[in-house]
Design a protein. Structure first.
Length: 116
């Protein structure tokens, strides 16, 4: 696993730190998730998505269903990216974003991580 890029955006006081990794297995994805959880103990959520040659996965990590893992996954899928994953660490800023706001924020965070 190799970190390819890291990006950060802020939406209504919430910080979204996105990490774009090269992956070879779902075990690596799990390891990255666990490492990020340890590094960012005060973060509320760490949704992610990845696509490997023969499998794919996504997680909302306790965000409302479909608002975080799916938009990240859709960015990877639309760009036809394989053997990569995006993990987004969210620090809640005190302002609720609503389902559509969350979806937009996670999509933007994934796009930024991949773009650069």
């Amino acid at each position: 696993m190799k970190l390819l890029h890291r990006a950060e955006i802020e939406v209504k006081k919430s910080k979204f730190l996105s990490y774009y990794y090269e992956l070879t297995s779902k075990e690596e994805a799990k390891e990255i998730f666990e490492t990020l959880k340890k590094e960012h103990k005060k973060a509320r959520h760490i949704p992610y998505a990845y696509i490997l040659e023969n499998t794919a996965a996504k997680s909302d990590d306790k965000e409302p269903s479909g608002t975080s893992g799916m938009p990240i996954y859709q960015v990877l899928e639309r760009k036809q990216i394989k053997n990569r994953g995006v993990f987004v660490v969210r620090y809640f800023g005190g302002v609720k974003l609503g389902a559509s706001g969350l979806t937009r924020a996670y999509r933007a965070a994934a796009e930024m991580a991949i773009k650069e």
